[in-house]
Design a protein around this ligand. Sequence first.
Ligand code: ARG
Length: 655
Amino acid sequence: MNILAELQERFRAALAELVDDPTELLAMVRKSSEPKFGDYQANFAMALGKRLKRPPRDVAAEIVQRLQIDDLCEPPEVAGPGFINLRLKTDWLAAAATRTLASQRLGVTPAKEPRTYVVDYSSPNVAKPMHVGHIRSSVIGDSLKRTLRFLGHKVIADNHIGDWGTQFGMIIYGYKHFLDEAAYRQNAVAELGRLYKFVSRLVSYREAVRSLPEMRNRLAERRDDAAHLASVAQERSDDKGAAKAARKAEAGAKEQAAALQSLEAGIAEVESDPVLSKAAAAHPDIEKQVLEETAKLHRGDAENVSLWKEFLPACLEDIQRIYRRLDVSFDVTLGESFYNDRLPGVVNALVQRDIARESDGAMCVFLDDHKTPLVIRKQDGAFLYGTTDLATVQYRMETWHPDAMLYVVDHRQSLHFEQFFAAARLWGYDDVEMVHVSFGTVLGEDGRPFKTRSGDTVGLEGLLDEAVRRAYEVVSENDDKKPGGAEIEPERRREIAEVVGIGALKYADLSVNRTSDYTFSYDRMLALNGNTATYMQYAYARVFGSFAKGDIDVQELRASGAAIDLSHPAERALAVGLLQFFEALEAAAAEYRPNLLTTYLFDVAGAFSIFFDQCPVLKAETEELRTSRLLLCDLTARTLKQGLDLLGIKVVDKM
Ligand code: ARG
């Protein structure tokens, strides 16, 4: 059962005669911040007192009078200015925990009014190797899918891959001009990846060369500004504003100089590389050519379409390999290309309904609160990212009639989502919840976006390999240290390392508030102590260790029908935690924040650890107590396993 929801219902009844709509007040019923305030707190008497113009303590006392809760709680206490503290009855807790033992779903009942969600996640641009940035969308989205589904909702997981963009123009151009046929026959994806990189470097080189004069001009301007403001500041030596302006201009000039320098360094790198510089000289209009190849593909040019069809399966197989390893999956993979035929219709529909109009030859949707419009067709007739996204809304609504669409995408695309959601609402899709489930950047330990030493983005596959390699070390070290000597065969260690390494990587990402940037650290994510998957997996394995030691038959234990007894405070605290699983899931799903689930699991693992230290299990004083504690261990293990599974993380019986 969901204890929090039950308490809120009780308060709703108690408030019925005092307020019309208690929703806002009920949101102030929460888990207590500290055990001394009981298990739950209602903090709304202050707000309500103000509204009713009555002393909050009186209001609190009246509510306590009206509250019918004595089957669940000890008599409520009113504390301080009017906090209502609730402490669950220990008998009730023991009975509820015993009941949960028999529940496959750990007391989580499926939603009474299930909703339909489309979750758009991972969505990489294929034909480029997946990099560290893709991990967040993949694991956050997959965890939301699992959690919402477990709560009884219908979820369509959609991988909206970028399979139609300029990267294909680059590859097609590369294929036509720079192909290494033998390499392509041997490993098509690797060769396509090389071609992509090669062509994109040449394109960047051209762009850099083209912007060079402008960048130099700008630097000269900034330097002039800085010199001028510096002399002004010198003349007016006691004018703080002038000094500040001078410093700001100086910093601006420095920044511009650094930007120019890095541009020049990039150019020099290409020019000093014999292969690249020769190719650059031989393909002076490569930028235009690449765009032309993309445009030809979009126009349906036979050769380019057939190349695209040849490349795509290899690209998909390549990302599939990573998904298999990450245990991330989708119901549909409807990439940008899928919507190509719908794009003219989208533009027509919006024009007909006066939502889009022409501006400078482009077709635009102008939006209140936005300076720039959402462009849906360029001057040259090309459609854009936003056009495709509008087509996806139309398609998804027609096909699945969802109540909500979640887009798990990098925070840098916020403006895009704001604008395209607004355009979709204008178009009439205004009773579907559209959410940009945004997330921050992955940073290196130096606090800058995570890059390899040479400045490239970090490939996802290498990242997984390294996490697993380090997990193998952690697992081995831990096993070697065991008092009775190592227990795990090398082959099994490797399997465990895969579970631990991938779990650590996922958990590290899921456990930070998604809107924050997140600092990548192998050491931290694999720590045996702390808020890590490793710690949780270890707590889980510990239960199995003690079952093995005591020769406990878990099936028999579960079938025994014995009851849980909570006479020790550590047992009670653990049981409260275990019974809060449902509300933790509800909270994570309501805010689309898997970190609310990781925090919950961390708390449970902590409560378990205290219980395990303070309460002998196998050596408990009586047979009943031993059984009761074994049952608590089992319920903990099941809760951790289920919770981790909803995060997409596996467990092992031994580590
Ligand atoms: N392919 C895009 C990118 O890599 C992300 C797509 C997100 N989903 C969407 N419907 N726009 O930036």
